[in-house]
Every structure is written in C-alpha cells, then in structure tokens.
Design a protein. Structure first.
Lengths: 419, 162
C-alpha cells in the first residue's frame, strides 16, 4: 500500500499542480484530413468519393479544357475525352513520349490541343477532332504572346518557341521559331508556365525567368534563381495569381524573383509529389503521406493552410469537379464528407506525468473522439462539448472525426510542477 | 581594290575605258560598304544577345541569314545596274568611232531643246551624283551634241548633286 507523504501535522501533502489548457487546433505536427484549420476554426473541405465509370489505366496527361467544357486525356496510347470526368472514350491511336494538353483561342473559337510525337490532336467545342502535323518536339509547353514555348524533348536544356503563326508554326527564322540553351547549372527543364508577363522554366535545381514580348530579338533570359533543394516535376500550378510548386523540401512559391518556402504543418509528412492541379481556391498535389500512405495534398491559397485527403492520385484533373486518377480507378473530391483531425503529441509543456482532465469541442454536430496516452486509448462516439477523461500519461494524442465545423477544440490537463 | 561585284577576267579589266572603270569602282565601293554595314550590325546584335543572356540561341544564325538575304538583294541590284551601264558604254571592238554610242539618242536632226532634255534625262537616271558628274565631264559626245547648252546642263546637274 502506498503511503502518501505526511507533513509535520500528519496530513497528506499532495504535489502542487497547475491547470494547463491547450488549443489543439494550433499545435504543430497535426494532420488535418479532409479539413482545414483557419482562424475561424476547423472547417470541413473536400473528401474523396469513389466514382465508377470507365477510366483508362495508364493516363499520361489529363486536363480540364475550360473553353469546351471537357476533360481531355492521353492514355493507353490514345487521345480520350470525357464529359463528366469519370467516363472516358478513347480514339486516335498515336505515339507520344511526353504528351501535354493546352487550350488555345482562335478568335471566338476555342480548341484543345494534345501534343504527341509529330502530330497534335485538335478538339473543338463541336466535338470535332482532327490531327495536324507538328514539328515542335516539345516535352511540355505553355502559350505566351501568341507563341508556344516549351522544353525540347531531346535536349532538356533547350527552350523552344514557335513562330508567329502559333503552335503549329515551327519554321525557324528571325521572327519565326527558335530556341535558347539555358545555363546547365540549374539542370534540365521540368515544366514551363506562363506567369504574368513572363515565361517561367522550372528546372531541376531552380527557376529561369524569360521575358518574351514581340519578336524573338527582344527575348531575354531575365534571371535564374537557384534552389538548394531539387524541384519536383509536374507540380507547378497558379492559384489566385500565385505560382506554386513542390521541391523535395516541401511546398514553395515563386514571387518577386525569389523561391519562398511555404511553411505548413504537413512539410514533414507529405512527400514525393508527382502530379498537380488547381482550382480557383486550392492547389492540389498527388503523392505520399507518412500518416496516410497515398494522399492528395491541398493548399488553400486564400487562408494559407494545408490539408490532406486520403486518395490515391497519379494524375489530377480540376474542372467542374476535381478528379484523382490512379490504377484505372477514379475518385471525385466532393464537399460535405467526413474529416479526421489528429493533433500532434501534446505534453502541455511538461515532461512529467500529468492528468488529461477533459477535451472540449465547440462545434455544431456530434464527433468521434479518440484519446491515447501511448499505452491505451479511449474512444467516444458522440462527443460534443466537454468530454471528461482523467487519463494519466506523459503525452497524449487526440483525434477527432466528424462532418460539421468545429469552432474551437481544446484540452485541459493538471500538470505537476517539474521540481 | 578587289573587284568581285561582277565576274570579270583580267583581259576584260584591261580593256575597260576610264568611264567603265569609274562605274566598276563605284559599284564595288557600294558593295563593300554594304558588307561592312552587315558585319557592324551583326557585331551589335551579338552584343545585345550577350546583354539579354541569349548568346546560346538560334537568334545569331537567324539574324545573319536575314541580313545576308537583304545584302544579297541589294548587291544584286547594284550588279545588275553595273552590267547595264557597262554594256551601254562598251567601245566598238574594231576601234571605230564609237563616240556616238553613249546610251542616249544622238540625232542631230532634233532641236537643241529636245537634245538637252534627252541628255538631261539620261544623266539624271544615274543615281550616284559623283558618278553622274564624272561621266558627264568626260562625255565629249555631249559637248558636240549640246553645244552651248552643255555648260547649262552641267550647272543643272551640279545643282542636283549638292
């Protein structure tokens, strides 16, 4: 039997404790899944929902064509089109070592161009498809000032541009098509994007910025910005006027001639991004998460917060809806799903033993709550308001699931002074 | 001076009159000036490419091709004009009196006014003012053909050359 210490008067003396409260939404190392943490609290966002339909197995590229309201893809050696994003019909067998899809406007008409080896498939709003010969030999491209700019398929350091006639004009002359070799130190070109009035070439170890107005005599390699960490291919997107991309060290942004790392709690968790897409609000990237395995990373460019979705994505298309494709399957990211939020290990600022007294959820619904001290766990199915725990331990991990917004999520513990 | 504006043998060069040599020298000078300007333009363009970090690009070769195309076009015009002018001034091979064969109509039946207009129009068709004055100064046929109008026309041509 344990005997409590007694004072001079024979009374039991308990160690001095303090009540400590922690805001569980503001801890580092937390993993928000299908929800985002903003100043207003925890807000459910998008969650994956499996779609049926006929999705090609080996999608090389996919894109939503705004002007013609179709999802376009190159997969299994064919061009494919979908009206809804999850049922594709394929046609036109072609070869394409590095296909890419771009929209162009010709007067009032809008066309989608899918570039392959030696030919480009032109698809218009009347669902007419034709192929035209194409001599550009590009691995990726972007339109700028009426010309198509892109990385040469056979020489990764060569940036090519088309003639004044547009994407199909590759006759080399002073006012026509041409190329420039970028400095080798930054590595080969991974992607090309139009950003404001510039062409941005994302390279293995940095970014080259090219000004390309009017005739090629006026083109200029304006600056070259080195990155200490390698950039990831196919992750560049523009959201709300900001250019985002991934490098091995995490999400970053190109702004005012600099590469800026975007601090977010998922930098240690999410890795190997291999594809990306963007809506007006979110930047998406498909990759892996230490916590979830296959995952889609999302960044809200307005609220500057990141979250994950437990979906597998080898390619993502963002149009009327957002679709993630992997291994011949497709899932749609839809609102009003269920979220899970796991806060990181919390020790209330003390290494010693403490008692987790309660968890308080201020939200509009019932939630599933799981609390563990590393030895055992307790779960509550319909937690809301104050949930009393009285769980002892040195640190705790708390996970909440639900579908309604949470305004605040706090925990209280009694912590003995570390003397 | 090396003559490569048109193809000429040494024999043909030796047989040229003073007027023909003047025409040849003027044309060659223009060609050399065009070539020099092309190289200056290319040097300037290369410097601009360096400034814009575009030195390793297709632009230098494309610009040279554009400038050379224009250069060859201009040289072609000069060569064609030279060949025509040389043909008009070619002396008779038997050394006979070729003094009437001057490129404009010599008809002593015309009035002096008509003769003046014909010779004036001929010399005003020569673009280079220095060449025009040099040829007119050596034109003995014009002296006989125009009589006292020769000096009048000289003054007029001189005015045009200023």
């Amino acid at each position: 039997m344990k005997i409590s210490p007694a004072n001079a008067f024979g009374k039991t003396v308990f160690p001095h404790t303090a009540r400590v409260s922690a805001d569980l939404l503001r801890l580092g190392d937390s993993i928000p899944v299908n929800c985002k943490i903003t100043r207003e609290g925890l807000i459910p966002t998008l969650s994956p929902r499996s779609s049926g339909g006929s999705v090609p197995e080996d999608i090389k590229c996919v894109s939503y064509a705004v002007g013609i309201d179709r999802y376009m893809a190159f997969a299994d050696g064919k061009d494919a089109v979908s009206f809804n994003g999850f049922a594709y019909s394929g046609f036109l067998n072609r070869s394409a070592r590095s296909p890419f899809i771009i929209e162009r406007r010709l007067g009032e008409a809008v066309q989608t161009l899918t570039f392959g080896d030696g030919s480009v498939a032109v698809y218009n709003k009347d669902d007419e498809l034709k192929t035209e010969p194409y001599a550009g030999n590009l691995a990726c491209g972007a339109f700028h000032c009426g010309r198509l700019f892109g990385a040469d398929l056979d020489d990764g350091y060569k940036l090519r541009w088309s003639g004044e006639g547009g994407a199909l004009d590759w006759e080399e002359k002073i006012n026509g098509a041409g190329w420039v070799l970028l400095c080798p130190e930054l590595g080969e070109i991974l992607n090309v994007a139009e950003f404001g009035e510039k062409i941005i070439a994302l390279r293995r170890r940095g970014v080259s910025v090219i000004t390309a107005h009017g005739s090629p005599e006026n083109f200029k390699v304006e600056s070259e910005v080195c990155s200490y960490s390698e950039l990831c291919k196919d992750t560049v997107q523009i959201v709300r006027g900001r250019l985002f991309f991934f490098r091995k060290s995490g999400l970053c942004e190109y702004s005012d001639g600099k590469i800026l790392s975007i601090a977010n709690g998922l930098a240690e968790d999410f890795f190997s991004p291999a594809c990306s897409a963007a809506t007006d609000e979110y930047y998406f990237a498909g990759g892996n998460s230490m916590a979830l395995g296959d995952a889609v990373f999302a960044y809200d460019a307005a609220d500057d917060c990141a979250f994950l979705m437990n979906a597998s994505a080898e390619k993502i298309a963002a149009g009327r809806s957002v679709f993630c494709y992997a291994d011949g399957k497709c899932c749609e990211l839809v609102p009003d799903g269920e979220f899970t939020f796991s806060c990181g290990n919390i020790n209330f600022g003390s290494h010693g033993k403490k008692t987790l007294k309660s968890v308080i959820i201020d939200g509009g619904g019932d939630y599933s709550l799981t609390v563990t001290n590393g030895v055992f766990a307790r779960s509550f199915n319909a937690a809301k308001g104050k949930t009393r725990l009285n769980m002892c331990g040195r640190s705790f991990k708390i996970t909440v699931s639900g579908s309604k917004r949470i305004n605040s999520f706090t925990a209280e513990a009694e912590v003995a002074d570390d003397v | 001076m090396t003559f490569d504006i048109i193809v000429l043998t040494d024999e043909e060069l030796r047989k040229m009159t003073a007027v023909q040599m003047q025409l040849l020298r003027t044309a060659q000078k223009k060609k050399n000036e065009l070539k020099h300007k092309l190289e200056l333009d290319m040097d300037l363009f290369k410097k601009l490419l360096l400034t814009d970090n575009m030195q390793d690009s297709s632009l230098e070769a494309q610009k040279r091709a554009e400038l050379e195309e224009e250069y060859l076009y201009q040289v072609g015009i000069i060569a064609e004009q030279l060949e025509y002018a040389l043909e008009v001034n070619e002396p008779f091979p038997d050394g006979g009196d070729s003094s009437e064969d001057v490129g404009y109509i010599v008809d002593y039946g015309l009035s002096y006014t008509d003769r003046y207009i014909i010779v004036r129009n001929y010399y005003l068709s020569i673009a280079d003012p220095a060449e025009r004055m040099a040829l007119y100064g050596k034109d003995d046929v014009a002296r006989r053909y125009l009589g006292s109008y020769y000096n009048t026309l000289y003054d007029v041509l001189y005015t045009y050359s200023q």
